[in-house]
Design a protein around this ligand. Structure first.
Ligand SMILES: C[S@@+](CC[C@H](N)C(=O)[O-])C[C@H]1O[C@@H](n2cnc3c(N)ncnc32)[C@H](O)[C@@H]1O
Length: 459
């Protein structure tokens, strides 16, 4: 019989948290590796693992603050198994509707199965009961230090809170921290080559997701409010009618808006979220060259093209700047640079991002981004369009990079995103366009992932 660590969702979550805490690998990757090896055939158990792991990572500092108040033993001196079982227990008690006795009993069951002694079980039992007894009157972090207070209350590293406070001020920073801790709704993009958004909406509302509603910004977007199921269990997913893509990310495709028959370069294609959108916008006519550093991502990209019934693009593994020098490609009509970035705009989806970043990233990452802009600019046709996008909120990766690029490239000019987007998207999209130059979305202002994008024309 498989061991508890493979069959019990809380034990699987514990294993993931211990592994994540040790080396801070990408949480999604550890989650999928451990889930693949686990024996959890029920989809609800797998969803519980994901909910517990993401929840603990999202509220890490606050959970530790609360636990430290109720434990006589310093958390940092506990072994990782005990520390993380306490975090898991406290998360269930404070943030979920799991019955309290189940949350505590299951924590103790795991410790027993792992042959932890009576002393450890007693400690965990006592601390979790104290959390439960004080649930309606939990201690607050001291507020004489604004940075420390916000950092603990919303579980963000102090350096990032300080950075946002300097830029946005107290009220807006608090709104951003709060919004970044919320779970984002699931948004899908309709493959309009197969089905119209209106008819798919009718189908979903009637049959599979009664709460489905049109996205107010993207003409192809449907928001599956409150949907907690697995997307691959929806029939339209199997028919190739939909892809999962946040509304802000969909707008990047509409900003480039490649025409049918065009030659397009997707420099950082990943698993093809935007590549497939471009193919749909081009009515599957034309040529797309898709690059990424990782083969496994491009394999997924191909699967996505196949599922959506789209013609496969030309796919290349490796550094796009170096590869293009070897390949001597044609000049492109359109280039998309969906640049690697710090990801501070998508913390609500990837809570580990806040713990993985350091201040040095804001020196290192922009240089990679500028290298991509500089390296790809020569491959764009005169009159062609290049869109640069990130899911970061930080000016160093966004406005400042574009200014630096434009200073040494007078042959490029910025186009007003509002003018381009209003041709295909609802009027409301203009709210997201600023200074006639930038498309900028924020979780706390628009309820969207934080994205930045510009449209550059080579003149
Ligand atoms: C923001 S993600 C792209 C997401 C993707 N466009 C989508 O919509 O699904 C950035 C991607 O760029 C890739 N990347 C980073 N540097 C690169 C380079 N020099 N050449 C090619 N790909 C690169 C990364 O592997 C990563 O998959």
């Amino acid at each position: 019989m498989p061991r508890l660590s493979k069959t019990n969702p809380r034990a699987v979550a514990l294993k993931i948290l211990i592994r994540w805490e040790k080396g801070k690998p990408l949480l999604d990757e550890v989650l999928s590796q451990v889930l693949t090896k686990s024996v959890l055939p029920d989809e609800r158990d797998r969803a519980l693992v994901s909910e517990l792991v993401n929840g603990v990572v999202r509220h890490l500092y606050y959970l530790d603050f609360i636990l430290a108040r109720f434990s006589e033993h310093p958390l940092e001196k506990m072994d990782p198994e005990v520390r993380n079982i306490l975090r898991l227990g406290a998360y269930q008690l404070l943030y979920t509707r799991i019955p309290e006795r189940v949350a505590i009993a299951e924590s103790l069951k795991i410790l027993s199965a792992r042959r932890r002694g009576a002393w450890i079980r007693g400690l965990v039992n006592a601390v979790l009961h104290k959390v439960l007894e004080n649930k309606d009157n939990l201690p607050e972090p001291p507020d004489f230090n604004e940075v420390y207070y916000l950092s603990v209350k919303y579980s963000f590293p102090e350096w990032l809170v300080k950075r946002w406070l300097q830029r946005f001020g107290r009220e807006e920073t608090e709104a951003l921290l709060r919004a970044s801790n919320e779970r984002s709704p699931l948004v899908i993009r309709v493959n309009t080559l197969r089905v119209s958004r209106d008819s798919l909406l009718v189908y979903l509302q009637k049959d599979e997701v009664p709460t489905a509603k049109p996205c107010p910004y993207s003409p192809s977007g449907i928001v599956l409010e409150g949907f907690r199921g697995k997307i691959s269990e929806l029939k339209p997913y199997h028919f190739g009618w939909i892809s999962v893509q946040d509304s802000a990310s969909q707008l990047v495709g509409f900003l480039l808006n490649p025409k049918p028959g065009a030659k397009v370069l997707d420099a950082c294609a990943g698993v093809g979220g935007k590549t497939t959108h471009m193919a749909e916008l081009m009515q599957d006519k034309g040529t797309i060259w898709a690059f990424d550093l990782y083969e496994w991502r491009l394999e997924k990209l191909k699967e996505n093209f196949q599922r959506l019934g789209l013609k496969l693009p030309k796919v290349f593994v490796g550094d796009v700047v170096e590869k293009l020098k070897e390949l001597q490609p044609p000049f492109f009509d359109y280039i998309l640079i969906d640049a690697p970035c710090t990801g501070t705009g998508v913390i609500r989806k990837h809570p580990d991002v806040k713990w993985a970043r350091t201040e040095e990233d804001f020196l290192r990452v922009p240089e990679r981004q500028l290298r991509l802009l500089e390296g790809l600019a020569p491959f764009l046709k005169k009159g062609g369009i290049m869109v640069y996008a990130t899911c970061s909120l930080e000016p160093e990766e966004n406005e400042q990079i574009i200014e630096r690029f434009l200073q040494s490239h007078p042959e490029f000019m910025l186009e007003d995103p509002a003018k381009v987007l209003s041709k295909t998207c609802p009027e409301k999209v203009k709210e997201l366009c600023v200074e006639n130059k930038y498309l900028r979305t924020f979780p706390h202002k628009h309820g969207l992932d934080g994205f930045f994008a510009v449209r550059l024309r080579k003149v």
